[in-house]
Design a binder for this molecule. Structure first.
Ligand SMILES: *[C@@H]1O[C@H](CO)[C@@H](O)[C@H](O)[C@H]1NC(C)=O
Ligand SMILES: *[C@@H]1O[C@H](CO)[C@@H](O)[C@H](O)[C@H]1NC(C)=O
Length: 334
């Protein structure tokens, strides 16, 4: 081969490689998870799980998925529904298929324009990413053939067979979640809300006392959700918020307004929340007493960030075994 041709070929090859790297490395890279197979006792029941997927929480989402399939007796029965923005969807699809080659999943595009003009300017901006609101639109995003779905946040791991959560009886309710009736409900809404009976009267006709629940773990009957037009009800409260400022937080209060006092209580083991810690009570939290099926790093800190900075909390060591992170993007645009 003449030397100039050789040089040309090498250059072209290099350019191609570089181009590929740019495409493939705008997200972190993960190790491939092993295949998880159904046990002999498994039938063909389907379990639907929805999670959001974005660049910031990707490492958490991957760990969450890994924890779910690892503890399931029938992992092949689980279908993941990833809610994502259009911009990243092809890179994310690549990440999921290379990390979990055997996973059954769908990507659903959430059009953030749907909520952008409904989100009021919040004090805690970080909580107000448009993708946080995607859970409001599950019934629109998922096909009608999906009748029930579990929604999981991206900062949690499941350490139990998820079928035990999937099979809870929702009775007459649209939504099931662990409830926390000791939390003082007053704090979630502004004085403007409580002083206006048109607003605060919403809690007067509920089945039971309205209690706080965390929207990071929910079991949802999508058929009932559609029938009761829940999405429209949540949107209505978001519009009221924009005009009157009836709460301080982002996507949680509309759920409290529509559901609190009308929730099917799920065992607390399914949301050991708050492990992210906060600035008031200190960074590291302990588990709540009782059994644990799901650990949730809600709050300010995230285990992957603390592990990165070599200052983990003791409980972050329970997250670490599910971390498939290999390395950060080689070329990053962020
Ligand atoms: C399939 O398996 C699940 C979980 O083990 C069980 O609850 C369900 O009743 C079974 N369904 C059928 C149709 O046998
Ligand atoms: C809840 O907080 C409000 C306002 O801080 C207070 O007035 C009320 O007494 C509290 N309720 C309970 C049950 O602690």
């Amino acid at each position: 081969m003449p030397p100039t041709f050789h040089l040309l070929a090498t250059t072209v090859l290099l350019l191609l490689l570089l181009h590929h790297r740019i495409l493939a490395t705008d997200l972190p890279e993960f190790q491939e998870a092993p295949a998880f197979r159904n046990g002999e006792e498994c039938n063909t029941t389907r379990i639907h799980i929805a999670m959001t997927l974005d660049a910031t929480y990707l490492r958490g989402s991957i760990a969450g998925v890994f924890s779910v399939v690892q503890h399931a007796t029938c992992p092949e029965n689980i279908i993941f529904h990833f809610l994502t923005t259009h911009r990243l969807s092809s890179s994310l699809r690549h990440t999921i298929t290379t990390t979990f080659p055997y996973l059954k999943f769908h990507l659903h595009h959430f059009h953030t324009d749907l909520v952008k003009n409904k989100i009021s300017i919040s004090i805690r901006r970080a909580l107000d990413q448009p993708l946080n609101y995607a859970r409001i639109y599950l019934s629109h995003l998922l096909p009608d053939t999906v009748h029930r779905v579990i929604y999981f946040d991206s900062d949690l791991i499941v350490v139990d067979d998820v079928v035990n959560l999937w099979e809870i009886n929702l009775n007459s309710h649209v939504l099931g979640a662990p409830e926390y009736c000791h939390a003082n409900f007053t704090h979630y809404f502004t004085p403007k809300f409580w002083s206006n009976p048109h607003f605060s009267g919403v809690f007067n006709h509920r089945d039971t006392k309205p209690c706080y629940f965390n929207t990071g773990v929910m079991v949802i009957d999508l058929m009932k959700w559609r029938r009761h037009k829940i999405t429209e009800k949540l949107e209505k409260w978001m519009e009221i918020q924009k005009k009157y400022r009836i709460y301080e937080l982002g996507s949680l209060p509309p759920f409290l307004l529509v559901f609190a006092g009308d929730v099917e209580g799920v065992e607390h083991r399914w949301n050991q929340h708050g492990l992210g810690g906060d600035n008031v009570k200190g960074l590291c939290r302990d588990l709540h007493p009782g059994p644990v099926s799901l650990l949730h790093w809600s709050g300010k800190g995230k285990p992957w960030l603390r592990l990165n900075s070599k200052r983990p909390c003791p409980l972050d060591q329970l997250w670490a075994p599910y971390d498939l992170f290999k390395h950060a993007p080689l070329i990053s645009d962020s």
